[in-house]
Ligand binder design. Structure first.
Ligand code: GLY
Ligand code: MN
Ligand code: MN
Length: 436
């Protein structure tokens, strides 16, 4: 399962249509990041760069000049270097960038200072994301200044700078059929990993051993993590971004796992919460069922025409109602919602955009209005209730219960598709999966 071959060219065409003649887009690849000593992190291209080029070598710069007769899409890339390639592997080089990666023309990255000002000179608008790569910003400024310095000789300088990320991020928010197929695959690999984690969990096992099951399942499908997994038993389930994952799991506790993978540059993001010993206690089950009701209520609002915040509002209402039913909040539901009393137990939002980045790009509001949901948008639905030990006004039997249920959906023409389908969600399904 990979993206359609023509997807990158289609995106470049769409962006160039939006830019129009007279524009030039400049997009540098992310730099390599050092981990420690002379060890680097595994290189992961910036999502915007990959989205537009599909070219995954560092030290590259993509340039688009719509309407330019000689070449509209130009790549600056590392030159071939047999000595370096012996150590680091093959490079495309300028020839490979044209032959295999769709560039109309390509040059060694070392020549960019000589070539790029000349391309900019012919344009009136520069599309560039300022501030993301500060060192590269300095190059852009230097190129503009080199043109200004020659103004008396009749050299022309672009008059306008436009934020490139704004255009790209709006494009990225709408996923094509091909992208959704890849996201479905990323979701299904993570579904398999969560199932595997459920089966591996029992008292005495450590959180990191369960994490190892997740990682094994991701990697055997050529996927990687889309963020560091959260594997939190008991009290750790109440720490929202717990990441130590080093405790021994105890009978009677819940285990909260928030883990997703990145497959072909697309992320999944799933949370399941289940009992370490295989059976929910009455209190654990009661809290779980409230979270499940909230998730169902949120799902019920995900269709074209509704607003971004509708699922969150529905989840907040359901959680507040449930907390009142359990005696953990008291008062009138509308008042408690208005006063945000639920935030004592549910302090995050019900979801976020999902795509190449786990917290994906795209505006949540347009002007003052929450964004209207449209087909192709992908999001998570992840209500939760967290009751750490010592929570004021809450009897001890509820302490250390932390529950989140998180699934991924794509908005369709008439509703939504559950990308994470097939993973147990109800208490009965979860308990059955643990023994199966
Ligand atoms: N795993 C990060 C999140 O759920 O948003
Ligand atoms: Mn998550
Ligand atoms: Mn999430």
């Amino acid at each position: 399962m990979t993206l359609r071959k023509d997807e990158f060219a289609r995106r470049r065409k769409q962006l160039m249509r939006m830019m129009g003649k007279g524009g030039i887009a400049i997009l540098p690849a992310a730099t390599e990041k050092q981990r420690n000593s002379d060890v680097h992190y595994h290189y992961r291209p910036d999502s915007d760069f990959h989205y537009l080029t599909g070219f995954d070598e560092p030290e590259s710069v993509a340039v688009l000049v719509p309407g330019r007769a000689q070449a509209e899409y130009i790549l600056f890339v590392r030159d071939r270097d047999p000595a370096r390639e012996t150590w680091d592997g093959k490079r495309a080089g300028p020839e490979g960038a044209v032959r295999d990666h769709g560039a109309d023309d390509a040059f060694p990255i070392g020549d960019i200072d000589d070539i790029l000002p000349g391309l900019m000179e012919q344009c009136s608008r520069v599309y560039y994301t300022m501030g993301l790569h500060p060192e590269f910003d300095l190059h852009v400024i230097a190129w503009v200044n080199s043109l200004r310095a020659r103004a008396k000789q009749g050299v022309h300088t672009p008059q306008e700078f436009v934020a490139l990320d704004h255009l790209l991020h709006d494009m990225r928010l709408y996923k094509s059929r091909s992208e959704i197929a890849v996201m479905r695959r990323a979701a299904q690999i993570a579904v398999g990993a969560h199932l595997r984690a459920m089966k591996a969990t029992r008292p005495g096992v450590h959180e990191y051993e369960v994490m190892a099951e997740l990682l094994h399942e991701f990697h055997r499908h050529r996927a990687d993590i889309s963020y560091h997994p959260i594997v939190g038993g008991g009290a750790n389930a109440c720490t929202l971004h717990y990441h130590a994952n080093d405790a021994e799991l105890q009978d009677g506790d819940l285990l909260l796992i928030d883990a997703g993978c990145e497959y072909e540059y697309y992320a999944s993001d799933i949370t399941r919460t289940f009992p370490v010993g295989g059976r929910f206690s009455p209190e654990q089950k009661a809290v779980y069922e409230v979270v499940l009701e909230a998730q169902e209520a949120a799902f019920g609002c995900i269709r074209p025409g509704n607003h971004w915040n509708d699922p969150h509002d529905a989840a907040v209402r359901a959680i507040t109602q449930g907390l009142v039913r359990l005696g953990l909040l008291s008062g009138r539901v509308p008042t408690l919602v208005k006063d945000e009393a639920y935030k004592k137990f549910f302090m995050h939002r019900t979801g976020h955009w999902l795509g190449m980045d786990v917290h994906d790009v795209g505006d949540y509001k347009v002007g003052e209005e929450w964004r209207v949901l449209e087909p192709g948008m992908c999001l998570t639905v992840e209500p939760g209730i967290y009751i750490p030990a010592g929570t004021k006004g809450v009897p001890r039997r509820w302490w250390n219960i932390g529950v989140r249920i998180e699934d991924d959906v794509a908005v369709t023409a008439d509703g939504h598709e559950l990308l994470t389908a097939g993973l147990p969600r109800t208490p009965a399904e979860v308990e059955r999966a643990m023994v199966a």
